[in-house]
Design a protein around this ligand. Structure first.
Ligand code: PSU
Ligand code: MN
Length: 281
């Protein structure tokens, strides 16, 4: 059966509780309903695992002592026998070790505005060959700089039925990318990367469904407020993304959470369709 990797940081640190656990199970169920096998990735008491059990997912979603690890911190979590949720970078790295080629996430990390803070997701996307389906980069990032950095790092970026880099909660950003119109085309691009031994990810940008979109204007005001609060409270580094996401969820009365869930499901569906086409072709 075609396997589709899922990350756990969005579950442990990206969505509010208790909806985070419901979403984790819904995404796995959705993968199964499409005839594929979900492989949620995480670190269980120091053991990196590709394919968490229901109990392990529950622990990651409910415990208060869960690390957030990128590729750089996997070894630390293992040595210290910790529970850890994996970001896009760590999920890609671990999923690749068991030969998985397709991964569905919400949004990748990237270049933050203001002080230097660039996600290790970009470095991993640059070196690990995998199809990563996302709704663009995280909404709180500098999208123009993120797209430039993806180019510098030789990541293949395509829009699924769009020629704009999607802005997570909204479908457009004004930033142009190459457009692919079919799943078959996505698979052909990926096979070509394999044949020519071109390293790095094929980042498939899948815009949020229209009925779940949030207007950029509305979102910008929420984002400004959240970023100001993060500054005032001195939140930096790894804690920044989870802090801002939870602030925006609060300010928007849950609207961002509903949008996040909608785009996650949309990405999972496209990833399944890609994974099945890869197996058939
Ligand atoms: N985007 C979201 N929610 C999330 C993340 C991204 O809307 O929870 C997570 C992903 O796991 C991504 C990580 O890999 O944030 C990036 O974190 P950082 O910027 O600290 O590298
Ligand atoms: Mn960072």
């Amino acid at each position: 059966m075609s396997r589709v990797a899922l990350e756990s940081t969005v579950i442990a640190h990206g969505l509010p509780r208790p909806i985070n656990l419901e979403v984790a199970f819904q995404l796995e169920e959705l993968v199964r309903s499409k005839g594929c096998e979900p492989k949620t990735v995480g670190v269980v008491q120091g053991e990196p695992k590709v394919g968490l059990t229901k109990e392990e997912i529950t622990a990651l979603a409910t415990s208060t002592d869960v690390m957030k690890v990128g590729t750089a911190e996997i070894a630390l979590a293992v040595a210290q026998k910790r529970w850890a949720a994996t970001t896009v970078s760590a999920t890609m790295h671990l999923a690749k070790t068991v030969g998985i080629d397709v991964f569905a996430t919400g949004g990748i990390g990237g270049v933050h505005s203001g002080e230097w803070d660039v996600s290790q997701d970009l470095k991993e996307l640059s070196r690990t060959r995998m199809i990563v389906v996302s709704a663009g980069a995280k909404s709180i990032l500098d999208l123009r700089q993120t797209l430039e950095m993806l180019e510098t790092l030789q990541v293949t970026v395509v829009g699924y039925r769009t020629s704009e880099f999607p802005a997570f909660y909204s479908r457009s950003s004004g930033l142009k990318i190459a457009c692919v119109d079919s799943v078959e085309e996505i698979v052909e691009v990926y096979r070509t990367k394999e044949h020519l031994d071109l390293p790095g990810a094929l980042l498939v940008c899948n815009p949020i469904p229209e009925d779940a979109e949030i207007s950029p204007k509305e979102f910008d005001s929420w984002k400004k407020e959240a970023i100001q609060k993060a500054k005032a409270e001195g939140i930096v580094g790894k804690a920044l993304t989870p802090f801002i996401l939870s602030e925006i969820a609060r300010i928007s009365n849950g609207a961002t959470v509903r949008a996040n869930v909608a785009l996650l499901k949309n990405n999972v569906e496209l990833a399944c369709s890609i994974a099945k086409t890869m197996r058939g072709g």
